[in-house]
Ligand binder design. Sequence first.
Ligand code: FES
Length: 186
Amino acid sequence: MQFKDRHRQDIASSEEPDNLLDIHLSQDELQEINSECMHYPERRAAAIEALKIVQHYRGWVSDPVLFAVARELGMPAGELEGVATFYNLIYRKPVGKHVILVCDSVCCWLKEGHLIGAFIADRLKIEPGQTTEDGLFTLLPTVCLGDCDHAPTMMIDHHHYQDLSCEMVDKLLQLYRDEEIPEGDM
Ligand code: FES
């Protein structure tokens, strides 16, 4: 059984152990989740949005936080874990300050996007899926980012960058290190 599947099964069968009851969502998180729920006939339908809200505040979604969100939505934690696992922009492990998502789908491959991913890994001295020692960057391969006509592409946090070259990537990484974050494509 894969680690991810085993973890999901543990969550699904768990009875909400005591240490998972310690976490309470902040007033801001609760307010945003409740306001999101008002758009849906059932609270559980806001599951993805609720996970995105807590991730925005906390950087990632730990098990205790996942249980707390499930309680707020009135749904089983195992079901919410299934949603979190399906949606690949919900992080279930700690990530760096900036998450780099390099497109790993066909149009980008045809434009040598895999070389961009390898270049970033080499520059940051990490493997895909890892975080740099200084906690600044996490590198993740991802499915199509919807910018296929401008392959190869990547996202850093919420910003899309298109028609990438190694030179552009180098420049972008330095801008993020310097906290001079460009708003979009360069
Ligand atoms: S295949 Fe890379 S953006 Fe679509």
